[in-house]
Ligand binder design. Structure first.
Ligand code: NI
Ligand code: MN
Length: 228
């Protein structure tokens, strides 16, 4: 199995099934991949913000893929012609070749309408994806929360995808605390350096985490993949 970082919070998992999480390629200054080049069976969307749901409709339609998200986002995607599977936080589902469980995330989930108002698309989430014998936790956009300890205790997480950009999500200090709670084998930092507002010294983060926790941090450039 291969996990490719596509920039910001977007990852493509290529295993028994192909799964893209938070497809934001169009307008993503870090992206090196175009939405037209994505091949996937499933599209997972953590919340309604454009830097996560951005290309979800286009990619899901092009690939005839199934979108998976909280019910409010699944309904929105279905209204836009996407085959969508609605779930909710705390719920898990076995899709046959992989399993997904939705985790809490402390964040927002609004989607701007053309008239300047916003549609609120339920609660944001994270994902625990179990595929090909590996457990991957995509935290979504979130602040640090104590129940990450429960996520770490109930799951043997091989790979955690953790935001470190600060301002909109955890910053590096809180991400270090999150890793102590989640106890993953490997961490890939995400949601940083996309814009000046979320610039971080990722090399220092890696050193801090590895010194304080012994957990391996892999820094991926957009387009780069981790073999698992
Ligand atoms: Ni967001
Ligand atoms: Mn975001």
């Amino acid at each position: 199995m291969k996990v490719t970082f596509l920039g910001h919070a977007c990852f493509l998992i290529n295993g028994t099934s192909n799964i893209i999480i938070d497809p934001f390629l169009t307008g993503n200054p870090m992206a090196v991949t175009k939405k037209e080049d994505i091949q996937t069976d499933y599209v997972l969307v953590s919340h309604g913000h454009y830097d996560h749901m951005g290309d979800a409709v286009a990619v899901a339609k092009k690939c005839n893929a199934t979108a998976v998200s909280v019910a409010e986002i699944a309904n929105y995607l279905a209204r836009n012609g996407v085959n969508a599977h609605a779930m909710h936080i705390g719920g898990g589902h076995d899709f046959g070749s992989f399993k997904v469980k939705l985790t809490p995330a402390w964040h927002g989930s609004s989607l701007p309408r053309d008239d300047g108002t916003a549609e609120y698309l339920g609660n944001p989430c994270g994902f625990i994806v179990t595929i090909d014998g590996k457990v991957i936790y995509h935290a979504g956009d979130t602040g640090l929360f104590g129940d990450m300890e429960l996520i770490g205790r109930l799951n043997s997480i091989d790979l955690a995808l953790i935001p470190i950009g600060d301002n909109f999500t955890m910053g590096p200090q809180d991400a270090l605390e999150a890793i102590k709670l989640i106890k993953p084998r490997v961490v890939i930092p995400m949601h940083y350096n996309t814009w000046p507002l979320i610039e971080q010294d990722v090399g220092k983060f890696k050193e801090d985490v590895q010194t304080n926790t012994g957990v391996t941090v892999r820094i991926l450039s957009p387009g780069e993949a981790l073999d698992m």
